[in-house]
Design a protein around this ligand. Structure first.
Ligand code: PLP
Ligand code: SF4
Length: 372
């Protein structure tokens, strides 16, 4: 049997098993949480834990606070409503997201699909129905394989799905969203990399949240993928008390770039039932991005994103560098906080157009009551 399958089988899924490693944990609390939200921690991810309550521990070990969340809802992004066939989410015009499995090597406590991971399975006919839908929509040029973790599938199962997608002529690129390089890097074998490279252009977006996850094994997995010509991106979730400070994120983003992974998005935590204790203030993310801008390369800096509740899509929030628009130019703020004047060249802009132009640069006052 492959090493990774063995590691999957040896995962801790029951409170009793976890208490063997951490005897001081509260058994009743663990039992309460795992009745609603499953636990799985495989021996590799468990080995990354250095002490109780550290950043890896808190991402993986159930916490009774999950049961005391009265803010979050099961499906804040209304994925189920934007789903033309089960397990396919078509929110944006030119791309869609497909659930391939409900299994993951670790059930992350902050997961946006907490309602679903480790619970309902995904039959093949569901994938076939999604493929039929995509085939009927020529505007879809980009399919994201998600879940659950698509790399929990066997090579053959995954290849079968990739074949379904590649059989559709207008699907230009395929993306795989996977936390496997973080949670079970042993899964990335030379055989897997060899199979994946047949389906180019293929991208992999992974999900590192903390420098403690940047292990030698993770590096090896990422190298195998990068050497197979797969461009690698990373999506981090901003998590309270885990990575919500500039120093931690700077170390993470620089480490990722060293491992040939481009930081893509930093997400504000979604309003998911059972995860409220991880959520930061939105301003925190903007502040952190402002403090990293300029002091490190743009290559290290992701976009900060709030996913609109109700399925409105991703909203990038950037620090405010534009201070004012004047008759002759713009007053901008540098990364060091100094003001600078940037003269405009409006020579070939007709007078009537100038007003519209100013509006694209200025904040529009919107009536906040429209939002509800
Ligand atoms: C995030 C997401 C995508 C991909 O968005 P990109 O900005 O292209 O990375 C597509 N579909 C859904 C439903 C998503 O949540
Ligand atoms: S690997 Fe991804 S889908 Fe699976 S539990 Fe973690 S965050 Fe959720």
């Amino acid at each position: 049997m492959d090493d990774w399958l063995l590691l999957m089988r040896q995962s801790v899924t029951k409170p009793e098993e976890l208490l063997k490693r951490f005897p001081d944990l509260d058994m009743d609390g663990l039992k309460w949480v795992t009745k609603y939200f499953p636990m799985r921690i495989n021996p590799y991810y468990l080995s990354l834990i250095q002490s109780v309550g550290d950043p890896v521990f808190r991402q993986a070990v159930p916490d009774p606070q999950e049961m005391m969340d009265f803010t979050g809802v099961p499906d804040p992004l209304h994925e189920e409503e934007q789903s033309p066939t089960p397990g396919l989410i078509h929110r944006y015009p030119d791309r869609c997201l497909l659930w391939t499995t409900n299994i993951c090597p670790v059930y992350c406590r902050f997961c946006t699909r907490k309602r679903f991971v480790g619970k309902t399975g995904i039959p093949r006919r569901q994938i076939l129905a999604a493929a039929e839908y995509i085939a009927r929509k020529p505007q879809i040029r980009d399919v994201i394989l998600s879940g659950g973790d698509p790399l929990c599938l066997s090579d053959d199962q995954l290849e079968w799905i990739l074949k379904q997608m590649r059989a559709i002529p207008h699907v230009e690129i395929i993306r795989i969203g996977s936390r496997v390089p973080v949670t079970l890097p042993q899964r990335v074998t030379p055989k897997l990399a060899k199979m994946l490279r047949k389906y180019h252009p293929l991208y992999v977006n992974t999900h590192f949240n903390h420098p403690q996850e940047l292990s030698p094994q993770a590096r090896e997995a990422l190298e195998l993928l990068a050497d197979a010509g797969i461009p690698l991106g990373n999506q981090t979730v901003l998590l309270r008390g885990i990575n919500d400070d500039p120093a931690t994120l700077l170390e993470l983003f620089r480490g990722l770039v060293r491992f040939r992974v481009r930081p893509y998005y930093l997400y504000q935590a979604d309003l998911v039932e059972g995860t409220e204790h991880f959520r930061t203030e939105v301003g925190k993310g903007v502040e952190i991005m402002a403090s990293l801008q300029g002091i490190t390369s743009g290559l290290c800096l992701p976009k900060f994103i709030v996913d609109a509740p109700g399925g409105g899509g991703k909203i990038p929030l950037a620090p405010k560098y534009l201070q004012r628009v004047t008759e002759n130019g713009l007053i901008l703020r540098t990364y060091q906080g100094k003001l600078t004047f940037y003269p405009e060249n409006k020579k070939d802009r007709p007078a009537a157009d100038s007003r519209n132009y100013q509006m694209t640069l200025e904040f529009e006052d919107v009536d906040a009551s429209d939002a509800f």
